[in-house]
Design a protein. Structure first.
Length: 133
C-alpha cells in the first residue's frame, strides 16, 4: 500500500500515475482521510484498499478523532460506499486517550449503515451532493 501524503509527490493523482507508468497495478492505495482533507479531497475513492481515519481543521495534520475537526464525514462515507470500499477503518488519532474510540466507531458505523441502506435518503438527510449535483 502507498499512502496519500500532503506533498507534491504523494497525491492520489500522482500515485495513480505511478501505478500506470510503472505497470505495478497491484500496488494498493491507503487513503488517509486527514491528508486527503489537507489536499482538498475531491477525488473518488474507488481505488482505495485501506484507510487511515482521522480529522483536522484543514491547515495541518492534527490527527484528531473523527468529528473533532472539519472533515465532512457524511460526504466521506458516501464516497466510500459508492466506491464499494471493502476494508476496515484504521483510526490514526494522536494521544493516549482512547475513550472516544467506541463513540467515533459507532457514529461512523451509523453513517455507513444509513448510506448502505438507501444512498438517496442518505444524500438528502446529510445534504451530500452526488456527481449529478
Amino acid at each position: 500500500m502507498v499512502e496519500n501524503i500532503p506533498n507534491e509527490i504523494s497525491t492520489i493523482e500522482r500515485i495513480q500515475e505511478f501505478r500506470r507508468a510503472s505497470d505495478f497495478l497491484e500496488i494498493g492505495i491507503c487513503y488517509d482521510s486527514g491528508h486527503g482533507h489537507l489536499q482538498g479531497m475531491t477525488e473518488e475513492l474507488d481505488f482505495v484498499g485501506a484507510t487511515h481515519i482521522h480529522d483536522n481543521h484543514g491547515d495541518r495534520d492534527d490527527h484528531l478523532w473523527p468529528f473533532e475537526g472539519k472533515i465532512d464525514w457524511p460526504a466521506f462515507i458516501e464516497k466510500l460506499v459508492v466506491a464499494k470500499y471493502p476494508g476496515h477503518f484504521v483510526f490514526e488519532a494522536r494521544g493516549s486517550d482512547l475513550s472516544k474510540g467506541n463513540e467515533v466507531r459507532s457514529r461512523l458505523r451509523d453513517l455507513w449503515d444509513e448510506a448502505n441502506y438507501s444512498l438517496e435518503e442518505y444524500r438528502i438527510k446529510y445534504k451530500v451532493r452526488n456527481e449529478n449535483g
